[in-house]
Each structure stands twice: as structure tokens, then as C-alpha cells.
Ligand binder design. Structure first.
Ligand SMILES: Cc1ncc(C[n+]2csc(CCOP(=O)(O)OP(=O)(O)O)c2C)c(N)n1
Length: 1218
């Protein structure tokens, strides 16, 4: 660890730690050398130079002879000297006539320059700079001004706005002149006047001050005697190599600060930790003079003037600076309270943009108004915490505040005043967890700054995701959730008006639209509900953002943006962060830049960062997508505001992700009940001593005279009043309205923006009317008919037929089997596939792919946007889908026939995803949140891969509605089936989904209830189906949208059935009036004479085809009935009861191809038993229990299959068990 009081290295300034700078300043006194102030001192000390000054004030004679210089320019009768490398923007100096002035001539394109510069065109502009004589010691002081330790705190440290233009003679202005002369001499010693030639030779050879100069030659013809006198003391040659080397070294040095300056920035407010987990100072950062040796430089070089490369902005208006000043400015830019990590970015323009934002002298300045706003926001953020009952700390806080801000007595008066609110909280909820923000209160103004700046840049909708830390504060002070709604969450006795689990305040979302006071523009803020699972909400927020952008035609992310908050331990540790970053620039997933804010309190629960990550910073994951990372000391509110502004500007300029790393501390334990001293005793001793940031900043502004006491008092009392009134109202709250905590109201719901215009006659309530294929919707229109009623109920409890007219089926079929655009060459194999499709259409039948086409195509017609996402979904893992056609002759030319179905159809999005399940499923879930009028599907490549997205399934999809009162209609397509492919790629683990269904296996619902099936669907947490026919697959997809509510739909989809000749459905079963069949009853011989049936086999999915084949082979069509359960959950008790009653003499058996401890058996058996009031056993025909889902041996697979079929058709199989 760095020492607590050890600041970053400084060569040039007073410093809290004398070991790193202050006492070493004396070592930087320059030695005589070229390009240094001492060169100028040498020049100044020459008698001739003194003469020059005198002459400049009295004599009009030019010092330099254009002819002799060989590169001179006569301008307005005066002579100046141009160096050979001068060009546009260069400055040329020449002495003024009759006054003590130098005239600066700037060249830019537009005017012809005299000989020596070829035909380049320049425009001459002149300006004057005052000539002020200065001693050499003054010169040096200019670059090594003492800065006290105090000056390195808070705002002052960054304001290095003193322009170099004000440099005095011999340090700046005339040093430039001498420098130019020197360069000219280096290039060609004859290009300068002989006197300078001699001077440079002598000085370069180490002539002591006062001896290098020999009096100038007269401007007239030189006499032999004067020429003879003007011989150099030595015959030294210009040391060009050294000059080049030194410049290269300085360039490397500048680059080193840009790359590694952040490693020594003062990021830790406690001053005891290293934000990068490394206490060492990089070898190429100049923390002491001996470090100059790394570059082949030494102390004597510090006052040499170096040209600045174009890759730095530290010069401001200056193109050259002394090395000492270069280092000082680099320190100011990169080693103070902001550490900028950006040099890994591959794009030069972006790097330049960042350099300019952080290097430009004086760029980080705030108006008094901005400072007051910042203080007011900090007051709100902090006082929210104070008033919200940071019980035990409150006294200490107030004492500390009082001690320091004694003059601001009103502040303490207000904070100390007894209030019922505090008493109440302390008494009632002193043991409540709040996951307070203390130690990072600056988060609130930080977020507000990002939002203000984004709003200024045109954003009107910000979608946020965040974990527990500071969530209440964000809800109250950023989203502006009604305070009483937050306060009343502390009352555990409040009755819940709606469904929804408890633990509300840390997890529920919020949605609010208001005027942004800074920009006076409307802004909508949404905080997405989140589970405890840290970072799990990241992709969900992304998906929702993408959807909102999509629905309002915001193709560049100019209107809708996302902000993600993270904890440091979670950001580094959770792989989903990486997965989400990898979505950030994918065309179908990009949200055009997210601003990430890390509350880096340098601890994760009880774990030190060194034990929690292997990367230097918790933010390193962001480097993979070239996101700049701005580390900032959270105790410097102005630095924080600055980086937040830059982050927002970055996002609106480049539409890429950016990270703000708020390096802070956690004043309490993980929650307010935790004792942090158990595990981090020293850290917490330091924290106890740490002044709160509000106190520090208030002190600063008071000392600067920025804070106006009455205004400040008014701000405090205003907020107190708001809190008091809200508290009073919160006591009147008798009922908890969880629905007030929706993060994504749907059309017509309270608070929803009317984004979508009035629906088309055929469209469902709230549906978007799509104006074009581009997905752009109209932005105005009458109020939308809500998806729900005003009470939040479904508009009906029925579902219309999911069938279609023959015309529609045929039309979709024709498009699906053709290439709907001209001049487009598809692969020969695909032509055959489309031809086969065409034949199916002619025969009025569909296979799986065509059924999906029919469902999608018809919904698009009805204004429903469809988005299918997952790995390789465009073609389909099993090469059956082919929703994107690729021209075989033109690279990247594609066609999506589904988007060529109808004139005003909704757009179809089909997108191959990154190879991520967790990230992509989370994203699609978020997309599906935004609107009920979209069919959003995620397909796993093979069903078993869903387990890497288990968190999204467990935390969002399965319990989402129960926890957060938000319905979601996402569809999961999970290829499943035992086909001898081994333990991988076989099982989508139906048992897991079924185990999480919320229907009671032991309770027979009221089957007589009207619309039993729809009610059942309404009550369930999700729908689980395994369709055995393409037609039923078609119906269930359509039903998903035609239902008057939304539930997640899990579909186990087939692999071999995709091409199974029997797995076909006739148009007849898809026509108007037809429905999804929850159960497909036996319809063969057995059904004609049910009394003779000995066994009723229940099954689901693909095994049905094995069973019918076997039954046929055995000639048992009359003895064994086979009934398919297509909708496993909610369980079709009603239909199955009918089936059982139909075959009174039949044994009941469940047959599955999965192992006994897997598949459906454990779910189906108790429900079947309940259906028949446990009147009969339900036998099992299937594989034995096993650890792995399937054997890897094909022969064993077939043997197992045969065995289960044998059992299924052996009518004596269960005799011995009866
Ligand atoms: C995926 C996951 N694992 C573990 C936890 C338990 N947990 C809650 S907070 C926390 C520490 C988080 O540290 P950090 O991300 O730094 O945030 P902080 O609490 O410090 O703000 C842990 C481990 C969790 N909520 N989620």
C-alpha cells in the first residue's frame, strides 16, 4: 500500500509528501545548455544581449539580416527569421522597431512566403506580445511555482489555466525565438547570422555563461578584422542526434503519462489504498529526478524547451514547453484526482478527444452556479441519508459537520432539529438494512450530471440498472420516486394491494417522467427491477433500452440511453459483465453506448479487492470493448462532475460505452447492521476519521465565497419540508401498491409514455402501427387503448382462434418458399429446400420451419414486431429455418423474406447472437419487457445450454411477475430430444422448468370454471409446452400474442422431428376456428372402441412417433391408446380427466424417453393422480434414473429406447407391481 499521506509524484509543486517532490525541487535548477532557460540566461548575460534589449527600446535597426539568414522574410519593412521547418501555424519572431515589443507573426495557408519555403501558401497574421525583461531565476520560477499541499486539494489542483502566452522574455517568448534560431542553426549553421553561429557553437561546447557570445558582425560588408575576431571558441558541430533523442524521449514521457499516469493518480479518498492494487510507481513516470534517466534525460533538461507532439494538448495555445512544465501539466492532467485509462483505444480520433478533454489547460473549471448546484445535490444526497435514519452515525456526522462548518450554523440547526421522522425511523427501523451510500454520496450528483448532459444532447429517456448500494437514494433523488412511497416500505404491516413479493425497496423498479430542471426538457427515467444477483440486470437493461430505441425509431441511440451502476467486486467478478460488454457493439444488440458507473468502495461485503480480483482495477473488463475508463476520487465532487460530463459527452459523440469508476469508501458495514471492524479494522479506523464529502466540499465553497448562505439555507429547508411532508403522508399509506413500482408500464398503464400511435383496426390494444420496414413508428396520435384495463386487468379472459385463413397461409407459404427480391442468387442447396417448401404449400401442409413462418408472418401482419435471437438462429442450428438468404455472388447481400410479406407489416428482426446465453437471454427478456405487442424469442443452440443462463431463468423469467408485478411474454425455444447424441446436446432439462411451475400437484382446480384454460394460464408463472406437431407449434406461438396477458413460454423444440415425414400438419388444422391443443387425444382405432383399450399411454413430444411406430409394428392399435400432453404446465387437468374417463378399463402409464429422474415424470405423475383422485396407479415406461441426461453410445441408446418401448407395450409389465 502506498503511504496514507503519500500523494502522486510531483516534480514541480509543493506536496503533502515531501518525499515525492517538494524538497527535490531545488535539484531542478538548470544548467547552461541550449533550449533551456539557462541558454537564455547565457544569452541574457552576454553583454551583446543586454545591448539588444537596450537597442530594442531605442534603436530601430533590425538585429537580423534576412540575407545572412537565408530564410528571412521582409514584412512591413521589418526583417524576421524563419526557420526551415516553419510552416502553417508556426510563429516567427522579430524585434519591433522603436519599442520594446516583439511582433509575433503567425503563418497559415493563404499567402505566398518568401524563398526558402518553396511554393507553400501562407497567410500572415500579426499580433503583439509584450517583451518583458526577466532574470534567469525568475524564468525558472515560472515553471516551478510552488504549490502548497493545500493547493493540491479539490478544485484548485486542476486549474492550471495560467497561459504560457504570459511567459516573460527569455523564458517563453524570446526563448522561442532563440529556439527557432537554434533549429535553423542545427539544420544549417550558415542559415543564421555568424554571431549566432558562433554563440551556438560555443554554448554547445559548454562555454561558461558570459563567454559564449562574440559581438555581432556589422550589417554592412564585413571587414577582415571583424571576421577574424568572430571565430568560434571551439569548432563544435551541432548535436542533432542529441536533440532528436531528447525530443523522442519527451514524446515517450508524454505518452507514458497518458498510458500509466492513472497508476499514480490520487484516487483513494482514504489515502491508504491503491485503486490499482499496486503501490509501485511505474518506471517511466517521473516521481523523482533520477527517473529522468529512464529517458536519457537529466535535471539539466528540465528547463529545455521541447516541441509538443500533436498527440498532446497540454500546451494549450503553446506548441513548445519546457520539460519541467510538460511534466507538471501531465501530472495535473493524469495524476491528480482523476486517472484516465484510454490509451488502449484503437481509434486515434477517440484518443485525441479524450486527451483534449483532460489535458487542455484550465478545462476543468466550474462556474459558481455549477458549484452551488453540485453542493445542493450533495446536500440532498447526504441529507436524505441523514434523515432516513443513519441512526448511530448521525450524532458523529453532525458533530463533525458542526465543528468544521461552524460559520454555517443554520446547516446544523436544520440537521440537528428533532424530527418525528428520524425518531420514527430510529425507533422502528433501526435494524433495517438500507445498503446506504455513505462514502459515495457523490453518486447522486454524478448520475444527475450524466442525465443533465445527456438531456442537453437530446436524450429523453434514460434506463438505469443498479444493485442494492444506494438504491433508495437513487430512487428518491435521481428517479424522484415519491418519498412517501419509499418511506412506507419500511412499514412491514402495510397490506399489499397487488401480488408481488416483499423486499420491495431494494429490488423493485421505477418509472418516472419529469422535466429536467437544468435543460428544461422532458426526461423519462426508468430504474429496472433487479434481483439480488449482482449484475444480472445488466443485459436486461440493455435489452429494454434497445427495445425502447427500436420502438421510437431511435436508430442511433440519440433519444434513449442506458446507465448501469455496479459495485467494484461484482463488476470484476461477474462474468455477465463481460458478456454484456460484448453485446455493446453488435448491430442487433447495440444500444449505442452505455454509461457505466462503478461505486468502487474498495470492498466487497467483507472481502478485500486483492482477494476479489486479479486485474489491477475492477473496471478492466471494459477495456475489451475499447471503453474509456475514468477513475476518479469520489471525495472530489468537482472532479467527479467533470468526468461524468465527459462520459456523457463521450457517449453522445461516439455512441460507445464508457466507465466512470468512483473510487470511494463504505462508511458502514455491508449493511447498517454489519460490523466492518471485524474484518477491515485499519481501513475502518481511517474511515472513522474521514471527513464526509459534503463537509469537505462545503468548507471549500465557503472558503471560496461561492456559497450564498440564504440560498443554501433555503435549499436545505426546502428539502426538509419535502421530507417532512412525505413522511406525514407515508403514515397515511395503508396499502402497498406494488404496481406503483413498475419499471416498464405498458401502453395505457399509469405513467406510460404514449409512444405508440393508435392501433390499426386489426391490431391488439396498444399495438404499434408500423409505417415502414425500418421499424419507425409514428410519434403522435390519440391516446392508446391500454393493453390492460385501467385497473390493470386483462381486457378479457378469452383467447380468439389462433387459426388463419387459407389465403394468408398460402401467401406466407409462397413467400417462405421464394426469393422475394430481384437479382438475388441463392445457394443451390437452399433452392432445393425452398422448392420442397413450395411443394408442402401446394399440398396444404407445413413442416416445423413452415409452421414457424406462418406464425411469425401472420403476427407481423397484425402489427406485432417479432424478434428472434440466439446463436445461429438466422439459418437455424439444424439448417431448417433459413430466414436470412445470402446472395452467393455479392458479399454481405442478404434478404429476409419475412420482411417482404405485407405492405404495412411490423418489422421482423432475426439476429445471430454472440456466443452467450446469460447475456443474450437477459437482453431478450429486457427487450420483451418494453412492450406486450412484440413476440420476442430466444433460441438456445441446444436446450441444455440454457443452464448458463440459469440466473435469468431463475431470477427473472420464472418468478418475475410474482416478484415485480411485471408480466413478460418472452419465448424460449429449447431444442430437446434423446437422439443418441450423448449426454451433451440431448436434454433441455424439462424437469427443471416443470419443477419451478407454480401449480399445485395435489389440488384439482375447479374444472367447471368458465374459461378454465385461460384462467389457468393467467394464474401460472410460465407456460411449458412440448409440441408434437408443427401445427400446434404454430398455434402456441400465435396464442402467445393473442392472449390478453403475457406469460413466459418455454417450448421444448424438436431436432429430428424437423424433418420427420410424419411431423406435418395440414392447413386444415391451422384454419380460422382452430386452436392450440393442450392435449392431443388418441384419434385412432383405440378411440373408436375405448372400452377395449387396455392401456392409456400418456406422453409428450417426439417419443409419440416412436410409440406409434412400435404400436403399429406390434399391431396393438386397439389395445393401447396414446394421448399427447402438449401443454405440460399449466397442467390440463380438465382434458386429461376426459381422456381417463374415456378409457375406463385402461391402465394409465406415463411414457418418456428421458431418464426417470429427469424429463416430465415427476411433474406429471402426481398431477395425473390428482386428476383421477388417485383412483389408479400411474405407471412408468421410460429410461432408468441416471446421472447424465443420455448415453454417448448409439447402440446403448437404441437398446434403452427399445426397452422403454417394450415396457410401454407389454401389457403385463406392471402386473407384479399392482
Ligand atoms: C451473484 C451474487 N453473488 C453474491 C451475492 C452476495 N453479495 C451481496 S453484496 C455482495 C458484495 C458486493 O460487493 P460490491 O460489488 O463491491 O458492492 P458493494 O456492496 O460493496 O457496494 C455480495 C457478495 C450477490 N448478491 N450476488
Amino acid at each position: 500500500m502506498r503511504s496514507p499521506v503519500q500523494p502522486p509524484p510531483s516534480l514541480l509543486s509543493g506536496h503533502a509528501n515531501p518525499g515525492r517532490g517538494a524538497h527535490r525541487r531545488q535539484h531542478y535548477w538548470p544548467r547552461a545548455n541550449l533550449l533551456s532557460a539557462n541558454l537564455l540566461r547565457a544569452a541574457a548575460s552576454e553583454p551583446a544581449h543586454r545591448k539588444l534589449q537596450a537597442r530594442a527600446s531605442a534603436t530601430p535597426a533590425p538585429l537580423y539580416d534576412a540575407k545572412a539568414a537565408g530564410a528571412g522574410l521582409l514584412l512591413q519593412g521589418r526583417v524576421c527569421v524563419l526557420t526551415p521547418h516553419a510552416g502553417a501555424g508556426s510563429r516567427v519572431w522579430f524585434p519591433g522597431v522603436g519599442c520594446r515589443r516583439l511582433i509575433r507573426v503567425e503563418l497559415s495557408r493563404g499567402q505566398t512566403l518568401a524563398r526558402g519555403f518553396g511554393t507553400r501558401m501562407f497567410h500572415l497574421r500579426t499580433c503583439a506580445a509584450k517583451l518583458r525583461p526577466l532574470t534567469a531565476s525568475q524564468t525558472v520560477r515560472t515553471f516551478s511555482q510552488n504549490r502548497s499541499a493545500a493547493a493540491r486539494t479539490l478544485g484548485q489542483i486542476r486549474c492550471y489555466s495560467a497561459p504560457v502566452a504570459a511567459e516573460p522574455f527569455l523564458s517563453g517568448t524570446s526563448s522561442n525565438y532563440v529556439e527557432e534560431m537554434y533549429y535553423a542553426w542545427l539544420e544549417n549553421p550558415k542559415s543564421v547570422h555568424k554571431s549566432w553561429d558562433i554563440f551556438f557553437r560555443n554554448t554547445n561546447a559548454g562555454a561558461p555563461p558570459g563567454t559564449a557570445y562574440q559581438s555581432p558582425l556589422p550589417l554592412g560588408p564585413a571587414s577582415l578584422s571583424t571576421m577574424a575576431r568572430a571565430q568560434p571558441l571551439v569548432e563544435a558541430q551541432p548535436n542533432v542526434d542529441k536533440l532528436v533523442e531528447d525530443h523522442l524521449a519527451v514524446q515517450s514521457l508524454i505518452r507514458a503519462y497518458q498510458i500509466r499516469g492513472h497508476h499514480v493518480a490520487q484516487l483513494d479518498p482514504l489515502g491508504i489504498l491503491d485503486a490499482d492494487l499496486d503501490s509501485s510507481v511505474p518506471a517511466d513516470i517521473i516521481s523523482s529526478t533520477d527517473k529522468l534517466g529512464f529517458y536519457g534525460l537529466d535535471e539539466s533538461d528540465l528547463d529545455k524547451v521541447f516541441h509538443l507532439p500533436t498527440t498532446t494538448f497540454i500546451g494549450g495555445q503553446e506548441s513548445a514547453l519546457p520539460l519541467r512544465e510538460i511534466i507538471r501539466r501531465l501530472e495535473m492532467a493524469y495524476c491528480q484526482h482523476i486517472g484516465v485509462e484510454f490509451m488502449f483505444i484503437n481509434d486515434l480520433e477517440q484518443c485525441q478527444w479524450i486527451r483534449q478533454k483532460f489535458e487542455t489547460p484550465g478545462i476543468m473549471q466550474f462556474t459558481n452556479e455549477e458549484k452551488r448546484t453540485l453542493l445542493a445535490r450533495l446536500v440532498r444526497s447526504t441529507r436524505w441519508g441523514l434523515r432516513a435514519g443513519w441512526g448511530s452515525l448521525q450524532g458523529a456526522w453532525l458533530q463533525a459537520l458542526q465543528a468544521v462548518l461552524a460559520p454555517v450554523t443554520w446547516l446544523f440547526r436544520v440537521a440537528r432539529s428533532p424530527s418525528r421522522f428520524e425518531d420514527f425511523l430510529q425507533r422502528k427501523w433501526s435494524s433495517e438494512k438500507r445498503f446506504g451510500l455513505e462514502g459515495c454520496e457523490v453518486l447522486i450528483p454524478a448520475l444527475k450530471t450524466i442525465i443533465d448532459k445527456s438531456s442537453e444532447n437530446g436524450v429523453d429517456y434514460v434506463i438505469m440498472g443498479m444493485p442494492h448500494r444506494g438504491r433508495l437514494n437513487v430512487l428518491a433523488n435521481v428517479i424522484r420516486k415519491e418519498l412517501e412511497q419509499i418511506f412506507c416500505q419500511f412499514d412491514s404491516k402495510l397490506e399489499a394491494a397487488d401480488e408481488g413479493s416483499g423486499d420491495v425497496k431494494y429490488h423493485l423498479g421505477m418509472y418516472h417522467r419529469r422535466i429536467n430542471r437544468v435543460t428544461d426538457r422532458n426526461i423519462t427515467l426508468s430504474l429496472v427491477a433487479n434481483p439480488s444477483h449482482l449484475e444480472a440486470a445488466d443485459p436486461v437493461v440493455m435489452g429494454k433500452t434497445k427495445a425502447e430505441q427500436f420502438y421510437c425509431g431511435d436508430t442511433e441511440g440519440k433519444k434513449v440511453m442506458s446507465i448501469l451502476l455496479h459495485g467494484d467486486a461484482a463488476f470484476a467478478g461477474q462474468g455477465i459483465v463481460y458478456e454484456t460488454f460484448h453485446l455493446s457493439d453488435l448491430p442487433s444488440y447495440t444500444t449505442h453506448g452505455t454509461v457505466h458507473v462503478v461505486v468502487n468502495n474498495q470492498i466487497g461485503f467483507t472481502t478485500d479487492p486483492r482477494m476479489a480480483r486479479s486485474s489491477p482495477y475492477p473496471t478492466d473488463v471494459a477495456r475489451v470493448v475499447n471503453a474509456p475508463i475514468f477513475h476518479v476520487n469520489a471525495d472530489d465532487p468537482e472532479a467527479v462532475m467533470y468526468v461524468c460530463k465527459v462520459a456523457a459527452e463521450w457517449r453522445s459523440t461516439f455512441h460507445k460505452d464508457v466507465v466512470v469508476d468512483l473510487v470511494c469508501y463504505r462508511r458502514n458495514g455491508h449493511n447498517e447492521m454489519d460490523e466492518p471492524m471485524f474484518t477491515q479494522p485499519l481501513m475502518y479506523k481511517q474511515i472513522r476519521k474521514q471527513k464526509p464529502v459534503l463537509q469537505k466540499y462545503a468548507e471549500l465553497l465557503v472558503s471560496q465565497g461561492v456559497v450564498n448562505q440564504p440560498e443554501y439555507e433555503e435549499e436545505i429547508s426546502k428539502y426538509d419540508k419535502i421530507c417532512e411532508e412525505a413522511f406525514t403522508r407515508s403514515k397515511d399509506e395503508k396499502i402497498l401498491h406494488i404496481k406503483h413500482w413498475l419499471d416498464s408500464p405498458w401502453p395505457g398503464e399509469q405513467g406510460a409514455i404514449t409512444r405508440h400511435p393508435s392501433p390499426a383496426p386489426t391490431a391488439p390494444p396498444g399495438a404499434t402501427v408500423w409505417l415502414s420496414d425500418s421499424g419507425v413508428c409514428a410519434s403522435a396520435g390519440p391516446p392508446v387503448l391500454g393493453f390492460f384495463t385501467l385497473d390493470g386487468q386483462p381486457r378479457s379472459m378469452t383467447c380468439p382462434s389462433t387459426g388463419l385463413t387459407e389465403d394468408i397461409l398460402t401467401h406466407i407459404g409462397n413467400v417462405a418458399s421464394s426469393v422475394p427480391v430481384e437479382n438475388f442468387t441463392i445457394h443451390g442447396g437452399l433452392s432445393r429446400i425452398l422448392k420442397t417448401r413450395g411443394e408442402l404449400v401446394k399440398n396444404r401442409t407445413v413442416d416445423w420451419a413452415l409452421a414457424e413462418y406462418m406464425a411469425f408472418g401472420s403476427l407481423l401482419k397484425e402489427g406485432i414486431h417479432i424478434r428472434l435471437s440466439g446463436q445461429d438462429v438466422e439459418r437455424g442450428t439444424f439448417s431448417h429455418r433459413h430466414h436470412v438468404l445470402h446472395d452467393q455472388n455479392v458479399d454481405k447481400k442478404t434478404c429476409i423474406p419475412m420482411n417482404h410479406l405485407w405492405p404495412n407489416q411490423a418489422p421482423y428482426t432475426v439476429c445471430n447472437s454472440s456466443l452467450s446465453e446469460y447475456g443474450v437471454l437477459g437482453f431478450e427478456l429486457g427487450f420483451a419487457m418494453a412492450s406486450p405487442n412484440a413476440l420476442v424469442l430466444w433460441e438456445a443452440q441446444f436446450g441444455d445450454f440454457h443452464n448458463t443462463a440459469q440466473c435469468i431463468i431463475d431470477q427473472f423469467i420464472c418468478p418475475g411477475q410474482a416478484k415485480w408485478v411485471r408480466q413478460n411474454g418472452i419465448v424460449l425455444l429449447l431444442p430437446h430430444g434423446m437422439e443418441g447424441m450423448g449426454p451433451e446436446h440431448s436434454s433441455a432439462r424439462p424437469e427443471r422448468f416443470l419443477q419451478m411451475c407454480n401449480d399445485d400437484p395435489d389440488v384439482l382446480p375447479n374444472l367447471e370454471e368458465a374459461n378454465f384454460d385461460i384462467n389457468q394460464l393467467y394464474d401460472c408463472n410460465w407456460v411449458v409446452v412440448n409440441c408434437s406437431t408443427p401445427g400446434n407449434f404454430f398455434h402456441v406461438l400465435r396464442r402467445q400474442i393473442l392472449l390478453p396477458f403475457r406469460k413466459p413460454l418455454i417450448i421444448f423444440t424438436p431436432k429430428s422431428l424437423l424433418r420427420h415425414p410424419e411431423a406435418r400438419t395440414s392447413f386444415d388444422e391451422m384454419l380460422s376456428g382452430t386452436h392450440f391443443q393442450r392435449v392431443i387425444p388418441e384419434d385412432g382405432l383405440a378411440a373408436q372402441n375405448p372400452a377395449n383399450v387396455r392401456r392409456l399411454l400418456f406422453c409428450t413430444g417426439k417419443v409419440y412417433y416412436d410409440l406409434t411406430r412400435e404400436r403399429k409394428a406390434r399391431g396393438m392399435a386397439e389395445q393401447v391408446a396414446i394421448t399427447r400432453i402438449e401443454q405440460l404446465s399449466p397442467f390440463p387437468f380438465d382434458l386429461l380427466l376426459q381422456e381417463v374417463h374415456k378409457y375406463p378399463n385402461a391402465e394409465l402409464a406415463w411414457c418418456q424417453e428421458e431418464h426417470k429422474n429427469q424429463g416430465y415424470y415427476d411433474y406429471v405423475k402426481p398431477r395425473l393422480r390428482t386428476t383421477i383422485s388417485r383412483a389408479k396407479p400411474v405407471w412408468y415406461a421410460g429410461r432408468d434414473p441416471a446421472a447424465a441426461p443420455a448415453t454417448g453410445n448409439k447402440k446403448t441408446h437404441l437398446t434403452e429406447l427399445q426397452r422403454l418401448l417394450d415396457t410401454a407395450f407389454d401389457l403385463d409389465a406392471f402386473k407384479n407391481f399392482s
